[in-house]
Write a protein that binds this ligand. Structure first.
Ligand code: FAD
Length: 319
């Protein structure tokens, strides 16, 4: 007999991955419980798309949709299908034995399967005006927002693979790209660096940092102020957007020492699956993907995680 006090599936996170997993798990009659988060690491219910204005690349919305509207629709659908949503941050988990233990402060939930969909947070430079101009020219995603600056001048800050990719992607859309890096050489892979250096639309500013983003009084990005770290000289570079490509932080703190991670901190899954190093625990979305980082790919792996959880439970006679 199944113990009714043990949940079949607990889903942690309510971005596109967690809510898609919720929809599929609910439709499979698993009566999922989704902890949608409250303010963990700066992420909120609905996830990263709650911080953006228009989403132009999510299929099914030819007339555009705001990030908030899109995530409200995900949430409504998950709830309508029978997901129980709890607006709290999970504060501790114990995945060492089954049923798995999931805590919100002192409140314990037991689960036969867990889907981790806690996402990843974009890193920003940390300037006050950068914060004020987010979604008004400051972005952490070229694939998401690059098309808004077609034919215009933009800047990218960073020196790793992501910065090379973002600069190369933007050079196909924008009139010019200024790539700003604080060191005097990049730390990206050689082939990617070469592609950037060979690209006539990308101008590289080595040994420079971004000191300020202008212009809050106009409510949009008009320029970045850069400083040469060797000489201290400051220059104003007119641009219409600043793409920050200095990495993301996967939200894996809860799972350290319990689930295997890659050296960069992202959760490890078996190739082509959402299975983690612990049987019965699945990972979906950006928390396990530093390559694609899109709403559609997060939703896709959310679907996979729910189907894999369902099969895992069915094999054990639950669900
Ligand atoms: C500014 C911006 C604009 C973007 N624009 C686009 C776009 O136009 N198109 C596109 O496809 N992609 C876009 N992206 C990327 C897209 O938002 C992400 O790829 C997608 O949201 C990842 O989904 P996810 O479900 O994996 O995680 P997230 O959306 O990051 O959601 C993670 C969820 O986990 C929750 N959580 C975290 N820790 C806990 C905890 N301890 N307990 C409970 N809950 C927790 C959070 O509250 C959140 O609900 C954009 C990203 C940003 C930052």
């Amino acid at each position: 007999m199944s113990d009714p006090s043990v949940r079949n599936v607990v889903i942690i996170g309510s971005g596109p991955a967690g809510l898609t997993a919720s929809i599929y798990a609910a439709r499979a009659n698993l009566k999922p419980l989704c902890f949608e988060g409250f303010s963990a690491g700066g992420l909120i219910p609905g996830g990263q798309l709650m911080f953006t204005t228009e989403v132009e690349n999510y299929p099914g919305f030819p007339d555009k949709v705001t990030g908030q509207d899109l995530m409200q629709r995900f949430r409504d659908q998950a709830e309508h299908q029978g997901t129980e949503l709890v607006t709290s941050d999970v504060t501790k988990v114990d995945l060492s034995q089954r049923p798995f233990k999931v805590w919100v402060d002192d409140e314990l939930t037991l689960a036969r399967a867990v889907i981790v969909a806690t996402g990843a947070r974009a890193n920003y430079v940390g300037l006050p005006n950068e914060e004020k101009l987010k979604n008004k020219g400051v972005s952490a995603c070229a694939v998401c927002d690059g098309a808004l600056y077609r034919g215009q001048s933009v800047a990218v800050v960073g020196g790793g693979d992501t910065a090379m990719e973002e600069a190369t992607y933007l050079s196909g859309l924008c009139g010019s790209v200024t790539l700003i890096h604080r060191r005097d050489e990049f730390r990206a892979s050689k082939s990617m660096i070469q592609r950037v250096l060979d690209n006539p639309r990308i101008k590289v500013l080595y040994s420079h940092v971004v000191d300020d983003v202008l212009d809050v009084s106009e409510d949009k990005v008009t320029a970045v102020v850069v400083r040469n770290v060797k000489t201290g000289d400051k220059t104003t570079v007119p641009v219409q957007a600043l793409f920050v490509a200095i990495g993301h932080t996967p939200m894996t703190e809860l799972f350290v020492g319990q689930l295997d991670t890659h050296p960069n901190g992202y959760l490890k899954t078996d190739p082509g699956t959402t299975r983690t190093s612990v049987s019965g625990v699945f990972a979906a979305g950006d928390v396990q993907d530093w390559t694609f980082r899109q709403a559609i790919t997060a939703a896709g792996t959310g679907c996979m995680a729910a189907l894999e959880a369902e099969r895992f439970l069915a094999a054990e006679g639950h669900g």
